[in-house]
Ligand binder design. Structure first.
Ligand SMILES: CC(C)(COP(=O)(O)OP(=O)(O)OC[C@H]1O[C@@H](n2cnc3c(N)ncnc32)[C@H](O)[C@@H]1OP(=O)(O)O)[C@@H](O)C(=O)NCCC(=O)NCCS
Length: 376
């Protein structure tokens, strides 16, 4: 049997045309396009089109695609899903609710068990349109506020922020949120995408694959990291306390600070700089840059002491917080974006499928003598 590699580190398990990461140069490409160009010139909707159809759309194609993603038919939730949400305990976390909601949505989906490419595209569009409505609806329901209906005239970013807060977001908030969605859309064979592909490899349906991915994203070593960053920022409280706090934290044996380090990047995550800039701009617009100042101090100390670099999760939370988004909604927002990449990977896996089934290096006993229960 071949060599065992804990965590499958650096093991190549498949080919893929979707996403390329150069961990030494700090480059991230979707379908060959540099994410920096997409952030500067595209929208999240256009990036979805790129991921799902494999090329940038023409103007006409993009118009039709944006319309489909924004349509009320695709964005609205079946009324029974809203009833189900109202019956969940209010203390349920948004990630638990998202995982449950996506699973339940499959029961209402007309294409649920249909694995044809056309059906998978229809489901991908529906789920990408429905997930923001689901996330926002839970936020409203758990706070005892009326659910806000989706508006087909708004972009996915503007519509989500409106449904979540019940208020019209500022243009800077919409732009920032759209960029955050672009930056989180795909990241090669990260843990949640791999979970989606493993599930897809059994020829399970799209909803099952996305539920697997949501479960994997939930952990603090993956999507949950940006929540942990903001909890740390809240604990620190004031910029002048950050230096001492982080030094003290890092002095503990085995201390692991969220928002830093990466399995693939050996330099700064190329997504971090955009989120840093936008968190600062949003803070300036709102007249409070204290979260960004705290994070900058953490970044300086971690860089000096640990020689590890910020990842995508370090700055995203500060921007979301300024937009009025509760901390436990950060990971569901990550999922709202990453569903675009997950779906692209599920379609790619189904297009050239092979069951994903690795082996384990067995380290347990091999010659145990079975004892009847009354002799143990
Ligand atoms: C992302 C992560 C899980 C990658 O882990 P990995 O590839 O398994 O890297 P390792 O855990 O082997 O780390 C390598 C070394 O860097 C250190 N390191 C890595 N990330 C660290 C962090 N965030 N804080 C402190 N030390 C860290 C490890 O302690 C280890 O040091 P050692 O060799 O002395 O034991 C890891 O960096 C981490 O836990 N980061 C925090 C969570 C996070 O922000 N996740 C979001 C990723 S986008």
């Amino acid at each position: 049997m071949s060599v065992m590699k804990a965590g499958l580190e650096d093991i190549v398990v498949s080919t893929s045309d979707i996403c390329f990461i150069d961990g030494h140069e700090g480059r991230l490409l979707y379908r060959g396009y540099d994410v920096n160009d997409l952030v500067a010139r595209s929208t999240f909707e256009e990036v979805c089109s790129l991921l799902w159809y494999g090329r940038l759309p023409t103007r006409k194609e993009l118009e039709a695609h944006v319309k489909a993603l924004a349509s009320t038919a695709n964005r609205k939730l079946p009324p029974k899903i809203i009833t189900m949400l109202r019956q969940l305990p209010k203390k349920a976390t948004p990630m638990e609710v998202l995982r449950t909601g996506v699973s339940a949505l499959s029961a209402f989906d007309p294409d649920a068990g249909n694995l044809s490419h056309e059906a998978e595209l229809r489901k991908t569009i529906r789920l990408t349109a429905q997930m923001p409505t689901l996330v926002a609806a839970w936020e409203r329901i758990r706070r005892g506020k009326p659910v806000v209906a989706p508006n087909p005239r708004l972009s996915l970013a503007a519509n989500f922020l409106t449904m979540l807060t019940g208020k019209k977001p500022t243009p800077l908030a919409v732009k920032t949120f759209d960029v955050a969605l672009i930056l989180h859309a795909d990241h090669e064979f990260n843990a949640s995408t791999f979970a989606a592909r493993v599930t897809a490899g059994t020829l399970a349906d799209l909803h099952s694959c996305i539920v697997s991915a949501i479960g994997a994203l939930k952990g603090p070593l993956h999507g949950g990291a940006n929540e942990q960053v903001m909890l740390m920022v809240e604990k620190i409280g004031k910029p002048e306390r950050a230096d001492a706090w982080v030094k003290n934290f890092l002095a503990q044996p085995g201390a692991r600070i969220m928002g830093f380090g990466h399995r693939v990047y050996r330099v700064e995550d190329p997504r971090a700089k955009h989120l840093r800039r936008m968190a600062l701009e949003l803070g300036q617009e709102a007249g409070d840059t204290s979260s960004v100042q705290i994070i900058e101090t953490i970044n300086r100390v971690v860089g000096e002491q640990k020689k590890i670099f910020p990842n995508v999760d370090l700055f995203s939370g500060a921007g979301y917080k300024t937009m009025g988004i509760p901390i436990d909604q950060f990971t569901p927002i990550f999922a709202m974006s990453r569903v675009s990449g997950w779906a692209a990977h599920v379609m790619e896996q189904h297009g050239n499928n092979r069951l994903i089934r690795p082996r384990a290096e067995y380290t347990g006993p091999t010659r145990e003598q079975y004892k009847p229960i009354d002799q143990r």
